[in-house]
Write a protein that binds this ligand. Structure first.
Ligand code: NOJ
Ligand code: NOJ
Length: 536
């Protein structure tokens, strides 16, 4: 998700889609040059062929390429296009995996059994549609606009559907998941989940801003009022979500993994961002009383966020306020920063996020046996990425309770954080190594002896750290490359022992997390090549 750019101004603002790469061409056949011979068969769940080549074969494959070795660049570009194509297959009415679903439904996965993910989750849909909005901004493809419009309409109807969490103004917006025709899902579930309204509001506000920037003539009064009517009580999608958030952010609910009832870093941070942007929208549209109210709640929420989640003894953020049986280290900390941060509130490059990333990666490197093996394609042993799971104590194996595995979207999230960090450091011309983030930089340092202090553009260390950070980020995408099928299909997880894909096939969110990382990589790479005279 184009996070950093979306922390932007008002309706007259400057939402910028410039970091979006590779235009998506509808129906364009995707070829993965030079790839098939590596993968003679499509990956199948739980078959155990030798996944990794012996070390000496890998050695022979290593060319001396400066920044991006072994065809990784081409693979990322292809996979970016492929991912958008597969993501769109999961959206009705035209997606081939979502036939018969209400127009605008984003199914989480076409898997109908073991596990059944053939539903629409408010969270997954909003995160996915954020990528579609960005893609539309880049390509101006009218078919994408139609999908977004369908999504907005369907969300309006879903908000107005009485469900087990409640009605329109009585908690129903916290319902996490609906049937594919928009009917309520009535079985037991971890509800409510309070991140959904925030993510949905953020996606729709991005859409409004993007249209305003690129073609304001598309914004009619009536159209805008359906999204934000400035009335109280409201009948409009974005304002309904902002009302929900501003009245319930301090109540417990289930986390994004749908397991723990508590207050959560992820939920709180995306709610905070929705209130920042919601206040701006309210003010621009003359709803000043709402603006004052959203700002007052945002202020309180910020206080809560900054005082509750940093664990000094452990040296990382904790994902849950009061869930003692977990360490609190969690990929949702990174996702929170990607989806919900502000420049001055837990952005990807902040000490807290980089410190937490280092702890998460170190844990996962040891936890999953597959991570002890070196995947091919990527020569730099020191900067080798690993498969990242949700959190250390995870026992969800993709179908039921067993052993937790690495997830594609968590693995992408590490790369995404690093690309955003590189871009930021190049832009500001320095970065600081300090006691809080030292562990992260030790990982990047050739001998592990990173030294605290300020590093500025022009110093050789500045360049070395940032190019290594880029290689390190790429090496996590390289892990995905190794576990993707030859066609570029991504499920939810890959087996921690064998590496074969597991859990819901063609997980929409896996594709969206890849397009986000790949787009932000383009921006980071351009900045790196421009700023540091590094060979492309
Ligand atoms: C399904 C949920 O979606 C998943 O997040 C959870 O881990 C499993 N159920 C196990 O509770
Ligand atoms: C389980 C994940 O834990 C949750 O975050 C997601 O919303 C659902 N699966 C659907 O993809």
């Amino acid at each position: 998700m184009a996070v950093l750019r979306s922390v932007l101004g008002s309706l007259v603002g400057v939402y910028c889609c410039s970091q979006l790469a590779a235009a998506y061409v509808v129906g364009n056949p995707v070829s993965l040059p030079g790839y098939q011979h590596v993968f003679p068969n499509p990956a199948r769940v739980d078959v155990l062929p030798p996944k990794f080549q012996p070390a000496d074969e890998q050695q022979q494959q290593q060319p001396a390429e400066p920044l991006v070795p072994n065809g990784l660049e081409d693979w990322i570009k292809d996979q970016r296009k492929t991912s958008m194509r597969f993501l769109l297959e999961n959206i009705a009415p035209n997606g081939s995996n979502a036939r018969g679903a209400a127009p605008g439904s984003v199914i989480a996965s076409p898997s109908k059994d073991a596990p059944n993910y053939y539903y629409q989750w408010v969270r997954d849909a909003a995160i996915t549609m954020a990528e579609v909005v960005a893609e539309y901004g880049e390509t101006k493809d009218e078919s994408l606009k139609a999908i977004i419009e369908d999504y907005a309409k369907l969300q309006d109807s879903i908000q107005n559907t009485f469900n087990p969490s409640g009605g329109y103004t009585t908690g129903g917006l916290g319902e996490p998941k609906f049937m594919i025709d928009g009917a309520p899902f009535t079985e037991n579930w971890g509800r409510p989940q309070r991140d959904g309204p925030a993510l949905r509001a953020l996606t729709l506000m991005n859409y409004v801003r993007m249209l305003n920037e690129t073609d304001p003539s598309l914004i009619s009064h009536d159209w805008l009022r359906k999204l934000y009517d400035g009335k109280f009580p409201t009948r409009s999608v974005i304002k309904a979500d902002l009302e929900y958030i501003s009245h319930s952010w301090n109540l417990t609910g289930f986390d994004l993994w749908e397991e723990v009832k508590d207050l959560h870093f992820y939920t709180a941070l995306v709610q905070h961002k929705a209130l920042v942007e919601g206040r701006e929208l309210a003010v621009v549209l003359g709803d000043s009383a709402a603006g004052v109210w959203y700002e007052s709640q945002r202020h309180e929420l910020r206080k809560f966020l900054t005082t509750s989640f940093w664990n000094k003894e452990r040296g990382h953020l904790v994902a849950y306020l009061d869930t003692r049986y977990r360490s609190g280290i969690d990929c949702s900390l990174l996702l929170a920063s990607l989806h919900g941060s502000q420049e001055d509130l837990f952005p990807p490059w902040s000490d807290e996020i980089l410190a937490s990333l280092a702890v998460l990666v170190a844990d996962m490197a040891e936890r999953h046996p597959i991570n002890k093996q070196t995947p091919p394609f990527y020569p730099e042993g020191r900067l080798r990425g690993v498969g990242i799971g949700r959190y250390p104590e995870d026992r969800y194996d993709g179908v039921g309770l067993g052993e937790g595995n690495p997830w594609f979207l968590c693995t992408s999230s590490v790369s995404n954080i690093l690309y955003n960090t590189i871009e930021r450091f190049l832009e500001q011309g320095y970065f600081d190594i300090n006691d809080m983030n030292l562990g992260f930089y030790q990982r990047l340092h050739p001998t592990g002896n990173a030294v605290t202090g300020r590093y500025t553009a022009g110093q050789p260390e500045f360049k070395n750290y940032l190019t290594d950070m880029f290689k390190y980020a790429d090496s996590f995408l390289n892990v995905i490359r190794w576990h993707a099928t030859p066609e570029g299909r991504l499920s939810e997880q890959f087996n921690k022992y064998s590496g074969w894909q597991r859990g819901a096939k063609d997980l929409t969110w896996s594709y969206g997390s890849f397009t986000s990382a790949a787009d932000d990589r383009e921006v980071a790479k351009k900045a790196l090549v421009r700023g540091m005279a590094v060979a492309a």
